[in-house]
Design a protein around this ligand. Structure first.
Ligand code: BTN
Length: 242
């Protein structure tokens, strides 16, 4: 089945648009991109600032031949696909903040919002939403330290069409690998991008604190508490540098 791409000047949220397209009976791999979003959504119910003409807002709707319970680590795989597609220069200080934020010099460059739709005959529909700051303007009001490709890696043209194509290619490949083999083969790759490694961390809920040790073969984050290794489950708790 082919890819069907829809490009919008303005939309509420590209993630919502994928859900609507499925409702309308579209099939295959669906991609929606927009020049701006009026109700861009981030993780944990936060808004995602989506000003016009500056950044990439893109969602991919795909069917993964795995059950709900076999999706552990999926969101980390998307993070790997995203950061690798950008081909950032060595020494750009880029990495992943568990589970899947892309940071450069401790500032957020891109975020990923994954939404799952119903399971049908052992397959799950996933909506992968990617917000990538490309040429974000200084005055934008964002509640956390951020950067953009233009600021972090100047001197490249950073065209949004090429970025979108690169992300899509990389993601489709990685999704196939994940569908076949799950997260385990990705854990070492993910750990190469781990920005929490050897940092003192604490979980925002729960009592855990310790040193960052990377992820295990299921994508759980490992904390060395001094009394043993504690596993932090994706989706349940978030981690901060202490
Ligand atoms: C995060 O909180 O880090 C995730 C941000 C995800 C934003 C993208 S922009 C395209 C897609 N549509 C949305 O409404 N959100 C995602």
């Amino acid at each position: 089945e082919g890819i069907s791409l829809a490009v919008h000047d303005r939309i509420d949220s590209t993630n919502s648009e994928i859900a609507r397209r499925w409702q309308q009976g579209e099939t295959g791999l669906l991609v929606s991109v927009a020049d701006c979003q009026e109700q861009g959504r981030g993780r944990r119910g936060r808004p995602w600032q989506s000003p016009v003409g500056q950044n990439l807002y893109m969602s991919i709707g795909a069917t993964i031949g795995r059950g709900f319970t076999q999706l552990e680590g999926f969101s980390l795989v998307v993070g790997i696909a995203l950061i690798e597609s950008l081909k950032l220069p060595e020494g750009a200080w880029a990495g992943l903040k568990w589970p899947n934020d892309v940071l450069v010099h401790d500032r957020k460059l891109a975020g990923i919002l994954i939404e799952l739709q119903g399971e049908l005959e052992g397959a799950v529909r996933v909506i992968v939403g990617i917000g990538l700051n490309v040429h974000m303007k200084e005055e934008a009001s964002v509640d956390q330290p951020w950067t953009s490709l233009g600021l972090a890696v100047p001197g490249q043209s950073w065209r949004r069409d090429r970025l979108a194509a690169g992300i899509l290619n990389q993601l489709v490949d990685r999704l196939h690998d994940f569908e076949k083999s799950g997260f385990a083969p990705f854990s070492e790759i993910w750990n190469q991008y781990d920005l929490f490694r050897d940092k003192k961390l604490r979980a925002t809920s729960g009592d855990w604190s310790g040193l960052g040790c990377g992820v295990d073969e299921s994508g759980n984050y490992l904390l060395d508490t001094g009394q043993g290794i504690e596993k932090i489950n994706a989706g349940e708790i978030s981690l901060r540098v202490a």
